[in-house]
Ligand binder design. Structure first.
Ligand code: ADP
Ligand code: 5GP
Length: 214
């Protein structure tokens, strides 16, 4: 199924930490002026150049639990030992205004958004070229200490296993090419067809990530 032109979507972008989700979303948003970034709430500490209220809303665990329990989250998950969630109202409001909403969220959250929004959600998976490159990028970003890098790498395989449930995949090797490909995929938003996985992607995951998916 292809989305009707002009109809805005919740564009869910997922992939292992360091695969390039933040970078790709920033570039894609420049090409889609009618778009909105969903600012997640998180219990993790602010890092690097991040700004509270711009990159995330940094909140306490108590506050997170209270928002979650009162139904204010469209989805939420525990990721790398911290809580992350998407404020429901903002996403629905932006969609009502016919704005594309970009969500940089993990695979557990992505599947919840698909469940909640059906065909109004489109799920894009960002795959790093291979395991080694992922590790190099994550380290060279320099925002996590060694223990956190190790945890994020260990969690990468679990996140990769959900790739077949996504609508489309972009391999983030050369950035400019990846932005063009993601843009093209987004313009033709296909649902439930993950052509990348069925036409050679399964073998790529096996060769480059040691992951054998059915
Ligand atoms: P994520 O949001 O998925 O955790 P980031 O967007 O923060 O990943 O990217 C991780 C690191 O890799 C950053 O330092 C970013 O500048 C770098 N990066 C992203 N895409 C590429 C690319 N195609 N080539 C080289 N470096 C990249
Ligand atoms: P980071 O700490 O690197 O910013 O994000 C860690 C992981 O949490 C990434 O996979 C990111 O996509 C995910 N994440 C960020 N915000 C949310 C959210 O609101 N919900 C969910 N489920 N995951 C999120």
């Amino acid at each position: 199924m292809v989305m009707a032109p002009g109809k805005a979507s919740a564009v869910v972008v997922s992939g292992p930490s360091g695969s390039g989700k933040t970078t790709l979303i920033k570039h894609l948003m420049l090409r889609y002026p009618n778009s909105h970034f969903s600012i997640s709430a998180t219990t993790r500490a602010l890092r690097g150049e991040e700004v509270d209220g711009v990159d995330y809303r940094f909140i306490s665990r108590e506050k997170f639990e209270s928002l979650r329990d009162s139904g204010d989250m469209l989805e939420w998950a525990e990721v790398h030992g911290e809580f992350y969630g998407t404020p429901r109202k903002e996403v629905l409001k932006a969609l009502d205004q016919d704005l594309h909403v970009f969500l940089d969220i993990d695979v557990q959250g992505g599947l919840q958004v698909k469940e909640a929004l059906g065909s109004r959600a489109w799920l894009l998976y960002v795959l790093p070229p291979d395991r080694k490159t992922l590790e190099t990028r994550l380290r060279s970003r320099g925002t996590e200490d060694e223990a956190k890098v190790a945890l994020r790498l260990a969690n990468a395989l679990g996140e990769l296993a959900e790739l077949p449930h996504y609508d489309a995949v972009v391999v983030n090797d050369d950035l400019a090419l990846a932005v063009d490909q993601a843009d093209e995929l987004m313009r033709n938003r296909q649902h439930n067809e993950n052509e990348w996985f069925s036409s050679g992607g399964r073998e790529i995951l096996k060769e480059r990530f040691g992951l054998d998916l059915p």
